[in-house]
Design a protein around this ligand. Sequence first.
Ligand code: G3P
Ligand code: CA
Length: 290
Amino acid sequence: MHARVAAAMATAVLGTVALLLPVPDARAGIALRPLVIAHRGASALAPENTLEAVDEAAALGIRWVENDVQRTKDSELVVIHDDSLRRTTDAEAVFPGRAPWKVRDFTAAEIARLDAGSWFGAAYAGARVPMLEEYVDRVERNHQKLLLEIKNPELYPGIEQQTLKLLSNEGWLDVRHLADRLIVQSFSVDCLRIVHASKPGVRTGLLGVPAVADLHRYTDFADMINPSYASLSEEYVSAVHALTGPHGTPMEVFAWTVDDAATARTVAGYGVDGIITDKPEVVRRALYRY
Ligand code: G3P
Ligand code: CA
């Protein structure tokens, strides 16, 4: 039985509040739906988009992590959410004359000098902005799976091809990874079109909440629609599920960013396939017996 069907039946029988399923055995790779995805790593517990946040998720037994990829002045791919270094590093102190501290205005060597952990807590002083290469290597080493967001692609022409090349070089575009360990997402339709045209085997997710009447426009290149949970309804999820994506399977829905148990149960009741959260342990506890 398809996991989504099983989850829907459980919901129907038990009601949304009682959707307490046995937790999947992470080591065996068995995954019930909805998946629990650690947003920017376990970013309520460790500084977002760092190796420490990935490790924190791994320590919790969370298989899926989400991240954000952008590009430096010297064309290196780095993992960071904002287009500026200011919020999540000490760039302002280290490079006082370089406002507004845009990622694209700094070299990888300069960014490597920055502390990306102290803003979050003293225990994380010295955490770095990871290069994408070391980030995917860490995710691999942890036996985790990656929901990779190409962030602000309009600022970085060619970042799609560059990201795919790096993923290929690191072994992330082999059959095993394509089947169940990698999804590339973006708010940009153009970005996803490029990703799909370049590497059709890669699963892709469109961030946002297109009108139901427009969903068919995305079925050629998007395997999933990933909206903010606040925009979601059971009807919307059903409308997405009714469509077939580019790989011949029903389109899916991953909701973000759900950080409390009640909302997790609500969106699980809508039938979403994944829940992206800063607090994966909270969502997991809300949905699964663990
Ligand atoms: O994965 C969904 C979420 O990451 C999209 O929003 O701003 O956190 O990248 P943002
Ligand atoms: Ca993101």
